[in-house]
Design a protein around this ligand. Structure first.
Ligand SMILES: [Mn+2]
Length: 316
């Protein structure tokens, strides 16, 4: 499955691993794991991870690297947990010499350079990194096992969602045998800041319902400034308004610093990936997001209209 990717990796002495905007546990976890696995097997190669990662985990999984443009220009770029160049956090990726993609998001074919393994049936990119290591008989260092555990844990919403549960739990068993201590990782994820109370209060106070079954929260730039937060610090709270009876679609949106709409949409009924893709974003069938090209409030109304239309058609 990974022959072409392995061949590319063998061709380059310098490799930079890129992830998506607003990195999550799976993005950072796949980057850390892939770097550790490659460094173990190819100690003479330079392997870097770029982006902001998850600072809460730096003390156990390691920091991100500082990489110059000159380095990127002579490197193979491995893009993980994203298949869209425009969604990458570090846009310098376009300057790389060559590309490889490993991802599990629905492919919107905006980026076709280089070999890829895109497995939308995988709950996380971390699982695909594990399969890559196994196919090549690479040793999995403990830090890589911990990073992949983090990725699987977070992207499956704590083991709630998987296409292949047995495969996911088989991988997790192996990772634990490699030394992962689940409680150590979970306890870091469970810590929340006092500021998060402010954000949660805002979400619960401002949730609105639109017939026939949409719940949403919108934070304007002013709202965000009052809370001193970035848009990604509120759009990650879709879980607070999820799975309410007779509300099969929910989203949390915020006006970003450029005045555009940044939104995360979830559903247990309709394909929200298609909706997000029509606004230039992407994701998975029931979990997707985008940043609009139009002004925030205009895009918000358009999004609501579109979702209402889809739900009405669905209900006949
Ligand atoms: Mn992912």
């Amino acid at each position: 499955m990974f022959e072409k990717i392995t061949k590319k990796i063998e061709e380059y002495d310098s490799i930079v691993i890129f992830g998506h905007l607003n990195p999550d546990g799976d993005c950072y976890g796949s980057q850390v794991a892939l770097k550790a696995i490659l460094k173990k097997h190819y100690p003479n190669k330079s392997v870097y991870i770029v982006g902001s990662g998850l600072p809460n985990f730096y003390h156990i999984l390691g920091k991100m690297d500082e990489v110059s443009l000159e380095t990127i220009q002579k490197s193979l770029a491995i893009v993980v947990d994203s298949n869209d160049l425009s969604r990458l956090e570090d846009q310098r990726a376009v300057n790389a010499l060559d590309f490889v993609k490993i991802d599990h998001h629905i492919d919107n074919h905006t980026f076709t350079q280089g070999p890829e393994v895109i497995d939308v049936e995988s709950t996380s990119t971390s699982e695909i990194i594990y399969l890559f290591a196994k196919e090549n008989n690479y040793i999995i260092p403990k830090v890589a096992a911990e990073a992949m555990y983090l990725g699987i844990f977070t992207d499956s919403a704590r083991f709630q969602y998987a296409t292949y549960y047995t495969r996911m739990f088989d991988i997790l068993k192996d990772l634990i045998l490699l030394g992962v201590e689940p409680v150590k990782l979970t306890s870091i994820l469970n810590v929340s800041s006092e500021q998060s109370l402010k954000i949660k209060r805002f979400v619960y106070r401002n949730v609105k319902k639109v017939k026939p079954g949409i719940l949403y929260v919108y934070a304007s730039k002013k709202d965000r400034e009052r809370m001193h937060i970035k848009s990604s610090q509120i759009t990650c709270y879709t879980g607070l308004i999820s799975h309410v009876k007779k509300c099969p679609v929910w989203f949390v949106a915020a006006e970003n610093d450029e005045g555009k709409l940044h939104v995360e949409i979830r559903s247990n009924l309709i394909n929200v990936q298609e909706v997000a893709a029509s606004f230039g974003g992407g994701g998975h069938t029931f979990a997707a997001g985008f940043t609009s090209k139009k002004k925030a409030e205009e895009a918000l109304q358009e999004l609501i209209d579109k979702l209402v239309d889809i739900l009405q058609k669905k209900r006949g």
